[in-house]
Design a protein around this ligand. Structure first.
Ligand SMILES: *[C@@H]1O[C@H](CO)[C@@H](O)[C@H](O)[C@H]1NC(C)=O
Ligand SMILES: *[C@@H]1O[C@H](CO)[C@@H](O)[C@H](O)[C@H]1NC(C)=O
Ligand SMILES: *[C@@H]1O[C@H](CO)[C@@H](O)[C@H](O)[C@H]1NC(C)=O
Ligand SMILES: *[C@@H]1O[C@H](CO)[C@@H](O)[C@H](O)[C@H]1NC(C)=O
Ligand SMILES: *[C@@H]1O[C@H](CO)[C@@H](O)[C@H](O)[C@H]1NC(C)=O
Ligand SMILES: *[C@@H]1O[C@H](CO)[C@@H](O)[C@H](O)[C@H]1NC(C)=O
Ligand SMILES: *[C@@H]1O[C@H](CO)[C@@H](O)[C@H](O)[C@H]1NC(C)=O
Length: 267
């Protein structure tokens, strides 16, 4: 019996395989069902729904989530996601995985793209505001301190950012003793950031943290709240800048401010 089930599920898998293949291809080209939603290639990253090209979509509307616009015009044509609510913080998006809804981001200040930095210095914390992103994967939270009078034992000095009297250091927050008193080191700034855990503990931390910064961090995205009705009705969410209204792009090319006529199933 279980043998039969086994071969049944195997043949089902084989049957479905071309279907999955088709879906993953469709995610990377323009979908004729949604003529208002474009797919673009930006350096090595494919930008498609729910991301959209800030410098590409028709100026009056976009098909995608608010805050998910990606600029392909700056930083040597690399995909830049300006997390706009949060001042001018810009992140390089080297990869987006549409099936698993994950995006890797690298802070441009420390990225390997433009300009290549020998001595990366983070300038701001990561603030995702109210965007529907969550940290994903095996992360490490790094804490940087600049212009300190010394370096505590659990932290690592960053030689290229230090002088004999002004020290800069980095450490993983996990190793900071609770209620540690930093005031004794009179640092003039602290910056917190998150990176993927790519550390090889047998190598010098001071080199490893640079490598980690260049690889960035990973986020998983969810749906924006306002978008639920549209998506579960088979549509794609967007926004009309002229009317300042949410849009729903339906299969077949119709758009509406509400939802499409597809089946309303919760997923
Ligand atoms: C999708 O269509 C847009 C606009 O016509 C075009 O610029 C873009 O290159 C197309 N993308 C792909 C992946 O074919
Ligand atoms: C794109 O991929 C190619 C081949 O993997 C690589 O050589 C190139 O550096 C990548 N470009 C960017 C901007 O990451
Ligand atoms: C890193 O910090 C974020 C945000 O404060 C937190 O959600 C996450 O759990 C932390 N990760 C680790 C591994 O401590
Ligand atoms: C050292 O740090 C102090 C502030 O903590 C700053 O006023 C001073 O200019 C710094 N000196 C150098 C050489 O960077
Ligand atoms: C230390 O402080 C000086 C003076 O304010 C500043 O120019 C320098 O960039 C700071 N160093 C670091 C690593 O932040
Ligand atoms: C970690 O670094 C050591 C020494 O450089 C190297 O031999 C080892 O292969 C590295 N381990 C991993 C998992 O990369
Ligand atoms: C939904 O169906 C109604 C009735 O058939 C039609 O009038 C309307 O245009 C449809 N809306 C969309 C977004 O397709």
């Amino acid at each position: 019996m279980s043998h039969l089930l086994h071969s049944l599920s195997l043949s089902l898998l084989l049957l479905l395989f071309p279907f999955f293949f088709f879906i993953s291809i469709a995610a990377q080209s323009n979908d004729t069902n949604f003529p208002g939603c474009f797919a673009y290639k930006c350096a090595n990253t494919t930008i498609s729904y729910p991301f959209w090209r800030l410098d590409g979509e028709p100026a009056t509307q976009y098909c995608g989530y608010e805050g998910f616009g990606i600029n392909c015009d700056n930083y040597g044509g690399t995909p830049e996601i300006p997390i706009a609510y949060l001042g001018r913080d810009s992140y390089y998006a080297p990869s987006i995985s549409y099936e698993s809804k994950r995006i890797v981001l690298v802070d441009y200040d420390v990225s390997p793209v433009v300009p290549p930095v020998d001595c990366p210095r983070v300038r701001h914390d990561i603030d995702l505001g109210n965007l529907p992103f969550n940290f994903w994967g095996q992360n490490v939270n790094l804490s940087f301190h600049f212009n300190c009078t010394g370096v505590p034992s659990f932290a690592h000095e960053i030689p290229c950012l230090s002088t004999p009297t002004n020290k800069s250091c980095v450490h993983s927050l996990t190793f900071e003793p609770e209620n540690f008193d930093w005031t004794q080191y009179s640092c003039d700034e602290e910056v917190l950031t998150t990176v993927l855990d790519v550390f090889n503990v047998t190598r010098p931390m001071e080199k490893e943290f640079r490598r980690a910064l260049r690889q960035g961090f990973e986020l998983k995205w969810g749906r924006t709240e306002d978008c639920e009705k549209c998506e579960v009705s088979g549509g794609r969410c967007g926004y009309n800048r002229n009317t300042r209204e949410d849009m729903c792009f339906c299969s077949g090319g119709k758009t509406t401010t509400g939802h499409c006529n597809g089946t309303f199933t919760k997923d």
